[in-house]
Design a protein around this ligand. Sequence first.
Ligand code: G6P
Length: 368
Amino acid sequence: QSADKGQYKHYMLKEIFEQPGVIQATLNGRVGKGEINTQLFGDSAQQLMDSVQAVQIIACGTSYHAGMVARYWIEELAGIPCQVEIASEYRYRKTITLPNTLFVTISQSGETADTLAALRVAKERGALASLAICNVPGSSLVRESDLCLMTQAGPEIGVASTKAFTTQLSALMVLTLSLAKTRGLDSTLEAELTDALTTLPAKVEEVLALSQRVEQLATHFADKQHSLFLGRGALYPIALEGALKLKEISYIHAEAYPAGELKHGPLALVDSEMPVITVAPGNELLEKLKSNMQEVRARGGELYVFADQHAGIEDQEGYHILHLPKIHPLLEPILYTVPLQLLSYYVAVIRGTDVDQPRNLAKSVTVE
Ligand code: G6P
């Protein structure tokens, strides 16, 4: 993970392709054979982790989307109430800190002004302890937090975050499983998920091998002005992240909605000029998502569907499908991020924008 582009045209593409390795590095030593390491922060922190009764996550930008995914995981697997909020909102409103709250910040740089300010405020508001999920050792966030769980993404140069996000998700899954295990996580499920995590880097590799097909899909977007991303459950934040990537680097207006909200507004915008991207793994919400897709088709909208090969969604008029490998449903958010990153990358390249340095944006926002 050196800081030069090597064979790649842009840092962003290089960083997308580094994901199998950096996810592996983030899991190393934390996920064992069939079991998760519950000693993520050493013996002294164990008692503290055992007393956690609520989780408050704070972040900005892409890191906030990682937090949104983690909320689904933490409540489902660890059974701990979890809230997620944008740092700039949290710091300026009156909040209520639940007893024994673990305050989790997520940040690639560890220098985002609002995230740091929120951490300082949380201490005054009586959080039990603070934990930083961060990519830069020695950053302000790491120094000011009680505990840290480092992502091992290596230097990320492209302003649009890619490998930092998937390593944040990997670290958050490790944290979730560790919290869940001391709260009675079923050992079969633990083994299932740790095995799935072990295969994750290879699955990401399989998705990267589909990049040419994604490049082909991208040609349909290059002249569009607007786009809509749909997902359900923990894939909703992934739809948000896909839309953010497209906005950031291709300057195409992109919105994301939980698919169940389609009827409550965005459907009014759908016509043949509005591509609709859906993240549609074969999970239990698939049937509902399929009916959302039919609503889009009935209005002439073209669908771009990232789907599990067993989901039973086949190519037909108005549907462009990319089949992805099967993975444990709880890990789908990580895997399904990758084709969306590739999609915005190739759209931006076709539109000729400055992929690594999008206009008006900074890699790290250290002022308010
Ligand atoms: C900026 C970057 C984003 C990033 C956000 C939060 O807006 O352009 O890519 O997600 O800051 O940064 P952090 O370093 O706290 O994760």
